[in-house]
Design a protein around this ligand. Structure first.
Ligand SMILES: *Cc1c(COP(=O)(O)O)cnc(C)c1O
Length: 378
């Protein structure tokens, strides 16, 4: 059997007519950059995230970048974030000339540990970028308290978490000052290429982000700020709008797949009670009863790399998100990060592996994945 990590063709099959019509509509209009479809997508997605404003941009990375630019963050400033994320989270901080300051994760959630943030705040700290990793919201209450006390901007990296909510029912992106979304095809709401959005509950911030995404011009050819070309294509907006109608049902399917994995692992007697070290078992991800949108289903296991090779040989797609914590990346060596600085992130980077959890995954496929892992662990 073949179980890919992600099967976008299976999804396209179910919505082909709608996507093809949306794309054809853009061609009919010949309106390719910003315009009415982008506006419609901004309104719909902002509402979906519990926000009043949305500004479509060219990628999730550029959403982070333009939010930092809107806060005038640059040389001499520090931005606190997690070392256990996709590179763009920290890369965008350096791109504006600021310094990323890494705070280790909570091993239970894989998200930044709010209790460790306070010690890293200095007079230079201007912002915090919490990441809602794998679709689970970070501890926003504690983060917003720190923000209020120290006057920090909070930029939520919700690239993996569109539609997720916390225990208070607040949607990702609606709690901080900016929420950053990505439409990279492998995200829960993927476009047909690169795209992203900044959503927020602040008219003044939204206006500035909208200026910056278009070279800081207002009106055209009169430049208030030095921005960039961070615009969203109408084609991407049309695809995202068409897919948004299905997002809740896809999320429900992802969650059901996660619950099924949990059950199958338990039935197979493979669930480690505590740490995986020496147990020959797996540690399941923390998936609360509601709110987690399961962009990834990530287990911890010993001999992770051997398991990966075994699964690949059995036709089971798998991936490590992420093998090298950001504080240990070669390009950030000048920051002086060392092994041991963020031990939980380093441990997660060695123990975790993501399994196929896309909405169209069948019961038979999930059983095969668990059976393969059981065979390996035996
Ligand atoms: C995907 C991702 C990004 C970047 O999004 P792009 O649209 O690929 O630029 C940023 N942060 C996280 C956590 C991501 O997963």
């Amino acid at each position: 059997m073949n179980v890919p990590l992600l099967d976008l063709k299976a999804q396209y099959k179910t919505i082909k007519a709608e996507i093809d019509a949306a794309v054809a509509g853009v061609f009919e209009s010949q309106y390719f950059i910003l315009g009415p479809v982008v506006k419609e997508c901004e309104v719909a997605l902002a509402r979906y995230c519990g926000c009043s404003h949305g500004v479509g941009v060219s990628s999730g990375t550029d959403a982070l970048l333009v939010a930092l630019m809107a806060e005038n963050i640059g040389p001499g400033d520090e931005v606190i974030t997690t070392p256990y994320s996709f590179f763009a989270t920290a890369g965008s901080i350096v791109r504006v000339g600021a310094r990323p300051v890494f705070v280790d994760i909570d091993p239970a959630t894989f998200n930044i540990n709010p209790a460790l943030i306070k010690a890293k705040i200095t007079p230079k700290t201007k912002a915090i970028i919490p990441v809602h990793l794998y679709g689970l919201m970070a501890g926003m209450d504690e983060i917003m308290q720190l923000a209020g006390k120290h006057g920090l901007a909070i930029i939520e990296d919700a690239a993996q978490a569109v539609g997720s909510s916390d225990e208070k029912g607040r949607r990702a992106c609606s709690v901080g000052h900016y929420g950053c979304l990505s439409f990279f095809p492998s995200k829960n709401l993927g476009g047909a290429g690169d795209g992203g959005m900044v959503v927020m509950n602040d008219a003044a911030r939204a206006e500035k982000v909208a200026w910056l995404r278009n070279h800081g011009a207002e009106p055209k050819y009169y430049h208030k700020f030095i921005g960039g070309n961070f615009r969203l294509d109408a084609l991407q907006a049309a695809v995202v709008l068409a897919k948004l109608k299905h997002l809740d049902s896809w999320t429900a399917a992802r969650r059901a797949n996660a619950v099924r994995y949990d059950r199958l692992f338990a039935e197979a007697g493979l669930v480690a009670a505590g740490k995986v070290t020496g147990s020959g078992k797996v540690q399941l991800p923390c998936i609360p009863k509601s709110g987690h949108v399961v962009n990834q289903y990530v287990i911890r296991v010993q001999r992770r790399d051997e398991l990966r090779a075994f699964l690949s040989g059995k036709g089971v797609g798998n991936e490590v998100y992420y093998p090298v914590p950001l504080h240990l990346q070669e390009c950030f060596a000048y920051l002086g990060g060392r092994v041991g600085d963020c031990p939980e992130s380093e441990k997660a980077a060695n123990e975790t592996v993501a399994l196929p959890v896309y909405p169209e995954l069948s019961d038979e496929q999930a059983r095969y994945v668990v059976a393969c892992i059981a065979e390996f662990l035996k």
